[in-house]
Design a binder for this molecule. Structure first.
Ligand code: ADP
Ligand code: MG
Length: 355
């Protein structure tokens, strides 16, 4: 167990890093963050120390890791060589490099779900035009996604099955790709869970999520689900956590299709759909992550107040004063400068009544 006063390092300088750093400080840890323009970043504004550098700069990453007693990350696109640069110094990286590799490439991710007998939509590996031409008629309504670097619905194209494969690929760019059958889901759910260094697992209640323009717009905890659906989600996530010998918070997104859960994707980190665990639950996803990374026992994350979270995307954050004036709203702002379209600027949490 890391003692209070030890330094927790966070790769990444966005809002997730900011909330992780705050949670680490709550437990008496020092914090350091690493990323481009660290000083002025959302995470850098609250961290004890900022290391500015590119993620590919292995020497700079090594110097950062040497300063830290444990390192975690707030985004899954940490390059493999960067992860290795951390562990080469003898500093623990949690979650481990295997978890990063499995979740930063969509085909590997789906293959992992499939190998563990976790349901997914049908999918096809697409390397080139011939692959797509062959798959499209069978897939019909589908989504083509770049295997790497997609987020908030970026790097995706919705298809009917009758498109010209060459044209679609050149317009989307960024191959190789994965083609996924379109799920007609009743709703989207996410399971946030944590596994400790000793292998204990703690599950948050499921969240139900709604997206707008590919970006999470609203999330409620707890989702109203049957015990059967809840246990499907837990069992699937348990399999992934144990398979990866995972330490930290993992989030798996699911489609609920008539009570059958299909795993969509996973994030080896705290997740946007778990922000309201801070207000709703006995422990937040951020504290749970810091506990796991520090080798501490996990807490039992009980939902004590049902809450809904609304993301403030782009100009929506201009309404901050009205939200701040609403006594029922718990407002969080990320300290970002310009409210560009599609940019997550903050979120608002308020009590939510079931039914
Ligand atoms: P990301 O969140 O990384 O942008 P996702 O794979 O989660 O990528 O896709 C974003 C959203 O697009 C999903 O939350 C869901 O609403 C929709 N979506 C993605 N894949 C499918 C699919 N195969 N069938 C139906 N909807 C999908
Ligand atoms: Mg997603």
């Amino acid at each position: 167990m890391l003692e209070p006063g030890s330094t927790i390092g966070i790769l990444g300088v966005g809002q997730l890093g900011r909330m992780l750093a705050s949670a680490a400080a709550k437990l008496g840890f020092k914090t350091a963050v690493y990323g481009p323009s660290a000083e002025t970043s959302p995470a850098g504004q609250v961290a004890g120390r900022c290391f500015t550098g590119e993620y590919e700069d292995e020497d700079a990453v090594r110097a950062f890791a040497e300063h830290c007693d444990a390192v975690t990350y707030e985004f899954e696109n940490v390059p493999a060589a960067t992860a290795a640069a951390v562990t080469d110094t003898g500093t623990t990286l949690a979650p481990n490099a295997k978890a990063l590799a499995a979740s930063q490439e969509r085909l590997r991710e789906k293959d992992l779900f499939r190998s563990l007998n976790i349901g997914t939509v049908p999918y096809w590996a697409i390397e080139n035009e011939a692959d797509l031409s062959a798959a499209l008629p069978e897939a019909g309504r589908s989504i083509l996604k770049t295997r790497r670097f997609g987020y908030d619905g970026k790097g995706q194209e919705r298809l009917n099955g009758d498109e010209d494969a060459g044209k679609v690929l050149s317009e989307l760019g960024g191959g190789p790709w994965i083609l996924e059958g379109m799920a007609s889901f009743d709703r989207e759910l996410s399971q946030v869970a944590a596994r400790s260094a000793k292998g204990e697992i703690a599950f948050f209640d499921l969240c139900e999520n709604q997206h707008k323009d590919g970006i999470l717009a609203r999330s409620v905890i707890p989702a109203e689900v049957s015990a059967e659906v809840a246990s499907q989600a837990r069992e699937a996530v348990r399999l992934v956590l144990e398979h990866l010998d995972y330490v930290g918070v993992l989030t798996v997104e699911f489609f609920d299709v008539g009570g059958e859960l299909l795993a969509n994707e996973m994030a080896p980190r705290v997740h946007n759909s778990g922000h309201h665990t801070l207000e709703a639950c006995s422990v937040s996803q951020f504290e749970q992550q810091i506990r796991a990374v520090a080798g501490w026992p996990l807490r039992d994350p009980e939902t004590v107040r049902p809450m809904e979270m609304l993301n403030l995307v782009g100009a929506e954050a201009d309404e901050w004063a009205a939200l701040a004036a609403d006594p029922n709203v718990d407002l969080t702002l990320y300290g970002k400068g310009e409210a560009r379209p599609g940019r997550k600027m903050g979120h608002a949490v308020r009590p939510w009544r079931k039914g």
